[in-house]
Design a protein around this ligand. Structure first.
Ligand code: C2E
Ligand code: MG
Ligand code: MG
Length: 344
């Protein structure tokens, strides 16, 4: 909304609007509720035109919609800077998809019983032409909000399958190397997710049993029924499913027992400082016991120190991942590491 007056007056109009629209109204005999957000732009004497004010109100409205606790937001110039930066990053990301700027890094997954590398987790990176190498925290949520995660996710999945199949042929092992790919909420919500996974497997020749898909509890909980069906379909194809960052979400035993899971990945916050924390020790011991009962494998994430490695081995974890073994690497570096271990 735009208008001439003080912030207090604008907020009070917004308050009355929200109150009026909070009441249900009948649609075909049913009470229907609207969710309402208000963006406010204030006209000062800086010569802003009506078009400027409308744009500022729209930016404030976007903020209000994004924040569940803030139904009314007043525009501030700082919002404009952030919005412009996000808009630029979004345009860059669209361009990046058309060029070769997205890359997959690989972090080894180690069998804790034998010490050998059994595969990799595929982690997205963006070689931005001016900002340098960006990690997923800098672009995955933007990709998720804008829907670009769908082509981006397909790209990562296709490339990870292609690369892993090439490594399987070059460095044969029993069982063959696996690759673990992260899925986001929007990808899991796609009714055709299983088809795109099948397409990536067919194009690469990677056996379904060599692909693992990582999901988090938060993602599954968004639409438990639909995602349950999709996950079951993927599992029936032979793809293995991993519950990522376990312990940081709801950790609902009901979901764990209902989902067709093959792997639980214990979040690195429980592994860090394992040597000095009896609480973390007990949590990992309990997860291992639960996993054994459910015939699910346990991966310990974020192993950085020798003491942590020794502790997770003692606690019965099956696989490990972390900087102690290796940081995520570009494909050529990961290939060189495979060549070294296979030659040894
Ligand atoms: P994640 O799936 O839990 O991946 C593990 C993250 O922990 C990676 O961060 C990895 O670099 C980091 N890590 C591994 N070992 C250690 C360690 O010993 N110490 C510490 N401090 N960190 C360690 P990264 O690559 O920055 O990825 C962050 C998150 O972004 C991932 O967490 C995943 O949720 C998401 N992500 C990455 N790639 C993709 C993708 O292709 N698609 C989607 N949807 N999400 C992705
Ligand atoms: Mg992961
Ligand atoms: Mg994780």
């Amino acid at each position: 909304m735009t208008g001439n007056g003080s912030e207090g007056a604008a907020r009070s109009v917004a308050g009355r609007l929200l109150e009026t629209l909070a009441a249900p109204f009948p649609v075909e005999g049913r009470d229907t509720y609207l969710s309402v957000s208000v963006g406010i732009a204030l006209a000062t004497d800086d010569g802003a035109t009506a078009a400027d004010l409308l744009r500022e109100a729209a930016i404030a409205l976007d903020r209000a919609k994004a924040d569940p606790n803030e139904r009314t937001t007043v525009f501030t110039p700082a919002m404009s800077d952030v919005s412009i930066e996000r808009l630029e990053l979004e345009a860059d990301l669209r361009r990046a998809l058309g060029r070769d700027e997205l890359e997959v890094f690989y972090q080894p997954l180690v069998d804790l019983h034998t010490g050998s590398v059994v595969g990799h987790e595929a982690l997205a990176r963006w070689r931005h032409p001016t900002r340098g190498l960006l990690g997923p925290y800098e672009f995955i949520s933007l990709a998720e909000e804008t829907g670009l995660i769908i082509p981006l996710g397909d790209r990562i999945l296709t490339e990870a399958c292609r690369q892993t199949r090439a490594w399987q042929l070059e460095y044969p092992s029993k069982p063959p190397l696996v690759v673990s790919v992260n899925l986001s909420a929007r990808q899991l919500a796609r009714p055709d997710l299983a088809d795109s996974v099948l397409a990536a497997l067919a194009a690469s020749g990677l056996p379904a049993s060599s692909l693992e898909l990582e999901i988090t509890e938060t993602i599954v909980m968004r639409d438990a029924q639909a995602s349950g069906l999709t996950l079951r379909r993927l599992h029936d194809l032979g793809v293995r499913l991993a519950l990522d960052d376990f312990g940081t979400g709801y950790s609902s035993l009901a979901y764990i027992s209902r989902l067709p899971l093959d792997i639980i990945k214990v979040d690195r916050s429980f592994v860090a400082g394992l040597a000095d924390s009896t609480v973390n020790h007990s949590i990992i011991a309990a997860v291992s016991a639960l996993a054994r009962g459910l015939r699910v494998e346990v991966t310990a994430e974020g192993i950085e120190r020798q003491e942590e490695l020794e502790a997770v081995v003692r606690l019965g974890c099956d696989r490990g991942q972390g900087f102690l073994f290796s940081k995520p690497m570009p494909a050529p570096k990961a290939a060189a590491a495979l060549a070294r271990t296979r030659a040894a």
